[in-house]
Design a protein around this ligand. Structure first.
Ligand code: AMP
Length: 143
Protein backbone atom coordinates (compact mmCIF):
# COMPACT_ATOMS: atom_id res chain seq x y z
CA UNK A 1 0.00 0.00 0.00
CA UNK A 2 1.24 3.50 -0.80
CA UNK A 3 0.73 7.02 0.50
CA UNK A 4 -1.57 7.67 -2.49
CA UNK A 5 -4.11 5.24 -1.01
CA UNK A 6 -4.03 6.96 2.38
CA UNK A 7 -4.55 10.36 0.75
CA UNK A 8 -7.40 8.99 -1.36
CA UNK A 9 -9.15 7.99 1.88
CA UNK A 10 -8.33 10.93 4.14
CA UNK A 11 -7.97 13.71 1.55
CA UNK A 12 -5.06 15.96 0.73
CA UNK A 13 -5.85 18.99 2.81
CA UNK A 14 -3.00 20.18 5.01
CA UNK A 15 -3.11 22.72 7.81
CA UNK A 16 -0.34 25.21 7.11
CA UNK A 17 0.90 28.40 8.68
CA UNK A 18 3.14 31.28 7.65
CA UNK A 19 6.50 31.47 9.47
CA UNK A 20 5.82 34.91 10.95
CA UNK A 21 2.69 33.80 12.86
CA UNK A 22 3.11 33.38 16.59
CA UNK A 23 3.31 30.25 18.72
CA UNK A 24 0.11 31.42 20.41
CA UNK A 25 -1.68 31.35 17.03
CA UNK A 26 -0.12 27.96 16.26
CA UNK A 27 -1.37 26.28 19.45
CA UNK A 28 -4.87 27.60 18.87
CA UNK A 29 -4.84 26.20 15.34
CA UNK A 30 -3.46 22.84 16.54
CA UNK A 31 -6.20 22.63 19.18
CA UNK A 32 -8.98 23.75 16.84
CA UNK A 33 -8.00 21.26 14.12
CA UNK A 34 -7.20 18.51 16.64
CA UNK A 35 -3.84 17.79 15.05
CA UNK A 36 -0.26 17.39 16.27
CA UNK A 37 1.72 19.35 13.70
CA UNK A 38 1.53 22.26 11.27
CA UNK A 39 3.42 22.53 8.03
CA UNK A 40 5.07 25.92 7.68
CA UNK A 41 4.96 27.32 4.16
CA UNK A 42 6.27 30.40 2.38
CA UNK A 43 4.20 32.72 0.18
CA UNK A 44 4.84 30.46 -2.84
CA UNK A 45 3.47 27.44 -1.00
CA UNK A 46 6.84 25.74 -0.52
CA UNK A 47 7.44 23.74 2.63
CA UNK A 48 9.98 25.61 4.76
CA UNK A 49 9.42 23.94 8.11
CA UNK A 50 7.26 21.86 10.41
CA UNK A 51 6.09 22.72 13.91
CA UNK A 52 4.78 19.93 16.11
CA UNK A 53 3.36 19.92 19.61
CA UNK A 54 6.77 18.72 20.81
CA UNK A 55 8.39 21.92 19.51
CA UNK A 56 5.77 23.97 21.34
CA UNK A 57 6.38 22.03 24.54
CA UNK A 58 10.12 22.55 24.26
CA UNK A 59 9.64 26.27 23.61
CA UNK A 60 7.40 26.67 26.66
CA UNK A 61 9.68 24.58 28.86
CA UNK A 62 12.76 26.64 27.99
CA UNK A 63 11.31 30.12 27.55
CA UNK A 64 8.03 30.07 29.40
CA UNK A 65 5.07 32.23 28.35
CA UNK A 66 7.37 34.61 26.43
CA UNK A 67 7.55 31.94 23.69
CA UNK A 68 3.87 32.48 22.90
CA UNK A 69 4.54 35.83 21.23
CA UNK A 70 7.54 34.63 19.23
CA UNK A 71 7.28 33.51 15.60
CA UNK A 72 6.77 29.92 14.56
CA UNK A 73 9.95 30.17 12.44
CA UNK A 74 11.97 30.42 15.66
CA UNK A 75 10.95 26.96 16.87
CA UNK A 76 10.06 24.97 13.75
CA UNK A 77 12.25 22.22 12.33
CA UNK A 78 13.68 23.55 9.06
CA UNK A 79 15.05 20.35 7.57
CA UNK A 80 11.76 18.67 6.77
CA UNK A 81 11.77 15.06 5.64
CA UNK A 82 9.03 14.47 3.06
CA UNK A 83 7.64 11.63 0.99
CA UNK A 84 5.70 11.31 -2.26
CA UNK A 85 2.42 9.62 -3.19
CA UNK A 86 4.39 6.59 -4.38
CA UNK A 87 6.13 6.01 -1.03
CA UNK A 88 5.05 2.73 0.56
CA UNK A 89 3.59 2.50 4.05
CA UNK A 90 6.54 0.35 5.10
CA UNK A 91 8.95 3.11 4.01
CA UNK A 92 6.88 5.73 5.84
CA UNK A 93 7.05 3.65 9.05
CA UNK A 94 10.82 3.20 8.68
CA UNK A 95 11.36 6.92 8.02
CA UNK A 96 9.28 7.91 11.05
CA UNK A 97 11.03 5.38 13.27
CA UNK A 98 14.53 6.41 12.17
CA UNK A 99 13.74 10.13 12.31
CA UNK A 100 11.79 9.86 15.59
CA UNK A 101 8.88 11.94 14.31
CA UNK A 102 5.23 11.23 13.60
CA UNK A 103 4.39 13.44 10.63
CA UNK A 104 5.44 13.29 7.01
CA UNK A 105 4.40 15.95 4.49
CA UNK A 106 3.73 14.61 1.00
CA UNK A 107 5.42 16.73 -1.65
CA UNK A 108 5.36 16.35 -5.42
CA UNK A 109 7.12 18.65 -7.86
CA UNK A 110 7.67 21.13 -5.07
CA UNK A 111 3.99 21.23 -4.08
CA UNK A 112 2.49 20.07 -0.82
CA UNK A 113 -0.20 17.52 -1.67
CA UNK A 114 -0.96 16.04 1.76
CA UNK A 115 0.41 14.89 5.08
CA UNK A 116 0.49 11.46 6.69
CA UNK A 117 0.68 10.97 10.43
CA UNK A 118 1.70 7.90 12.40
CA UNK A 119 -2.01 7.45 13.24
CA UNK A 120 -2.92 7.14 9.55
CA UNK A 121 -0.21 4.55 9.00
CA UNK A 122 -0.88 2.45 12.08
CA UNK A 123 -4.64 2.33 11.39
CA UNK A 124 -4.05 1.01 7.83
CA UNK A 125 -1.34 -1.40 8.92
CA UNK A 126 -3.62 -2.94 11.56
CA UNK A 127 -6.43 -3.25 8.99
CA UNK A 128 -4.03 -4.95 6.53
CA UNK A 129 -2.76 -7.41 9.18
CA UNK A 130 -6.33 -8.25 10.23
CA UNK A 131 -7.28 -8.86 6.59
CA UNK A 132 -4.27 -11.18 6.20
CA UNK A 133 -5.27 -13.11 9.33
CA UNK A 134 -8.84 -13.45 8.11
CA UNK A 135 -7.61 -14.73 4.73
CA UNK A 136 -5.44 -17.32 6.53
CA UNK A 137 -8.36 -18.41 8.72
CA UNK A 138 -10.61 -18.73 5.64
CA UNK A 139 -7.93 -20.74 3.87
CA UNK A 140 -7.46 -23.11 6.83
CA UNK A 141 -11.23 -23.60 7.26
CA UNK A 142 -11.62 -24.41 3.57
CA UNK A 143 -8.86 -27.03 3.62
P1 AMP B 1 6.45 14.72 15.99
O1 AMP B 1 6.83 13.39 16.52
O2 AMP B 1 5.99 14.66 14.56
O3 AMP B 1 5.52 15.48 16.88
O4 AMP B 1 7.80 15.60 15.90
C1 AMP B 1 8.91 15.45 16.73
C2 AMP B 1 10.01 16.42 16.27
O5 AMP B 1 10.36 16.11 14.90
C3 AMP B 1 9.64 17.91 16.27
O6 AMP B 1 10.79 18.66 16.57
C4 AMP B 1 9.21 18.18 14.83
O7 AMP B 1 9.41 19.52 14.41
C5 AMP B 1 10.09 17.23 14.05
N1 AMP B 1 9.45 16.70 12.85
C6 AMP B 1 8.18 16.25 12.72
N2 AMP B 1 7.94 15.80 11.49
C7 AMP B 1 9.09 15.98 10.79
C8 AMP B 1 9.50 15.72 9.45
N3 AMP B 1 8.67 15.16 8.54
N4 AMP B 1 10.76 16.06 9.08
C9 AMP B 1 11.61 16.59 9.98
N5 AMP B 1 11.31 16.85 11.25
C10 AMP B 1 10.06 16.55 11.67
Amino acid sequence: MTVARILAEKGGSVVTMAPNRTIDEAIHLLAEKRIGALVVGDAQGHVIGILSERDVMRALATEGAAALDRPVSHYMTEKVVTCTRRTTIEDVMETMTNGRFRHLPVVEEGHLVGVVSIGDVVARRIAAVEAEHQAMRDYITMA
